[in-house]
Design a protein around this ligand. Sequence first.
Ligand code: NDP
Length: 439
Amino acid sequence: AKSSPAQSEFYQATEEVLECLRPLFERAPHYLDHSIIERIVEPERQVMFRVSWLNDAGQVKVNKGYRVQFNSALGPYKGGLRFHPSVTSGTIKFLGFEQIFKNALTGLPIGGGKGGSDFDPKGKSDNEIMRFCQSFMSELYRHIGPNSDVPAGDIGVGTREIGYLFGQYKRLTGRYEGVLTGKGLSWGGSLGRKEATGYGAVYFAQNMLAARNETLSGKTCLVSGAGNVAIYTIEKLYELGAKPISCSDSQGTIHDPEGIDLDLLKQLKEVKRVSLEAYVNERPDAHYISVRDYPENGHAVWHLQGDAAFPSATQNELTEVDARVMLANGVSCVSEGANMPSTTEAVDLFLEAKIDYGPGKAANAGGVATSQLEMAQNSSMERWPMEKVDQKLQQIMSDIYQQCATTAEEFGEPTNLVLGANIAGFRKVADAMIEQGVT
Ligand code: NDP
């Protein structure tokens, strides 16, 4: 079935899940009788659309827009929008597929979906971003709604983009409703949503470490990425007494042996939106490693000396070569903030070595879980304090960890949280699909 190279990431994600489900099907063959596999790998609906917009020079530009509504067995479709030039229909399909199981693991009533565009926000003016978002929403609005499909942010889509998208939705429909999450705090957003994915990935690591009576305190941590997930991973690591010494963007990696300067990082990436290369102007003792100087088939971040790792940029950013070096260097905990950041070969090495390995669909579920808390606040017209959101987030991350660990144990592989996450997530979705009949 691998006839479409554009879908290689989707096949990578489905193969991992199906491989893990083998022991479940041996014990519970009724899932096969209901053709759950055939149904679950097929999106319920996919839309592809043209997004035409005017750049500042008055020229017409054209991009592709996507929304994949993958599975609604547990609730309205929920999943982010990614704006990045690498986006294809296969990227969105892989992300939507992963989202089904992740959302199931949160225990909240949300189905799986994902969307985006091959639009590149880099180097675009604010007005260009706004015109693109307005055009994107001019088609998307007819497919979404607070009880049917609620998009959020992802790579290239943060509060600014959600604002422009929300404004256009409101203009087109005349309704002020919780149709997007990740909104600004003064117009329907939830406290803690911006921080949730990064904080959640750190809480997940905390849970893994606690199982062997360890904490993050005093640990040197390797973080990749320099966006929403990476920044708030670094923030929480500092709060828990750990020392994050790296971050990266698409051009290169920063190694700051004294610990990443969080205020400087936020300034460069949240305010100025520039390359990380500028970091060393302010911190002369830090090193900048350009992608040109990365190890062959690897990424500079993972070749630094550390105890724990938080991949927080993008898919397949941690390879077999990287995993070997990390294991040799004594990294004993990997918690994935990004979606599918480790290649299949790297995952196999982590599982074989029996280190603490938290796969993205479990470790980064704090973002979508907090998005659902935003939906709950919107529909009840409430506004919860940060403490309440953070306390719920911590509880959800601990519950996800427990589910993964007990399910892994149930199937005789107590350290394999990939198996645990996939089986636990799948069972919830599959049981709901069976109870809802052939759809
Ligand atoms: P951002 O756009 O805020 O940041 C992404 C970061 O990763 C940037 O530093 C970017 O570099 C870098 N990056 C993106 N693509 C590539 C690439 N192809 N090669 C190298 N570097 C790259 O996105 P987020 O932080 O929101 O998302 C990061 C990851 O976390 C993604 O995998 C996303 O799916 C996942 N995730 C995000 C959630 C959220 O709540 N935001 C929830 C769950 C998962 P540059 O600055 O140069 O563009």
